[in-house]
Design a protein around this ligand. Structure first.
Ligand code: ATP
Ligand code: MN
Length: 144
């Protein structure tokens, strides 16, 4: 049931908590973990408009940061003995998560209940809520 996990991360604190949880799934039979970060195309557009520097420069910086964050996660999970595949996709997070779920044929999705926004009053973030609604596979939600 936990053989191949899809772990979508926005590098938030809750997401990092989910990462700590993942490491404990070795005993549940987990072999492979797909680490997925989605560069939100809407966010990139906005940043291109307001950040200093050229649009290409801003995009390059965001991509570089995503690569360095995912590299660190990959290293950590490999140290725990998992096979790891990193995917960085550009688009709408929900759509990319559902697409990768299909493409990779994962057995379960492990996601944080909240992410970077983490509003106190919200039961769930908008991405996790929609993933829980629309994913085909079971979704394990790690609470903040
Ligand atoms: P909102 O985005 O609705 O303002 P939030 O940021 O608190 O609220 P979500 O964005 O739903 O909450 O984040 C919940 C979880 O979804 C995160 O812990 C992470 O696992 C996943 N997630 C969110 N954004 C992304 C992303 N861009 N790429 C990959 N995974 C993501
Ligand atoms: Mn979010």
């Amino acid at each position: 049931m936990f053989e191949k996990i899809l772990y979508p991360t926005d590098f938030s604190d809750v997401s990092k908590k989910a990462l700590d949880y993942l490491k404990q799934l070795k005993d549940a039979g987990t072999k492979e973990i797909i680490v997925l970060h989605v560069l939100d195309e809407r966010g990139i557009e906005a940043m291109g408009r307001y950040a200093s520097g050229s649009f290409d420069e801003v995009v390059r910086r965001i991509e570089e940061e995503a690569r360095s964050e995912t590299r660190a996660i990959e290293k950590e999970l490999k140290k725990s003995g998992f096979d790891v595949k990193v995917r960085i996709e550009t688009g709408i997070p929900l759509k990319e998560i559902l697409r990768v779920e299909e493409e990779e044929g994962v057995s379960v999705i492990v996601i944080g209940s909240h992410g970077k926004t983490n509003i106190e009053e919200m039961l769930l973030g908008s991405v996790s809520e929609k993933v829980i609604r629309m994913a085909k596979r079971p979704v394990l939600t790690i609470k903040r």
